[in-house]
Design a protein around this ligand. Structure first.
Ligand SMILES: [Cu+2]
Length: 94
């Protein structure tokens, strides 16, 4: 039983490590504050196995939309949250 528990713990750890979001370059093309959505032209998102494209994301917290505006170049992280591809972090690129 002890070995089984250890194996489970290791599996959970590696899955978390693989799913680790990495910073992605993007540019804001549209913001919908009412719906908590942002459209980003983005580069490849490795942790989501996604090529570069322009698409709509939901944001984890609508207040994140106050930090950026249309036309801004940004760095962001995206992940699957409850089955939806969600921006979990975003900041203006310097
Ligand atoms: Cu995409």
């Amino acid at each position: 039983m002890r070995g089984f528990v250890t194996a489970l713990a290791i599996t959970a750890f590696s899955t978390a490590a693989l799913a680790q979001a990495v910073p992605v370059d993007g540019q804001v093309t549209k913001i919908n504050e009412a719906q908590g959505k942002i459209t980003l032209k983005h580069g490849p998102i490795k942790n989501l196995d996604m090529e570069g494209m322009t698409m709509v994301f939901v944001v984890a917290d609508p207040s994140m939309l106050n930090a950026v505006k249309v036309g801004d170049k940004v760095k962001f992280e995206a992940d699957r949250v409850n089955g939806r591809i969600t921006v979990t972090k975003i900041e203006k690129a310097t």
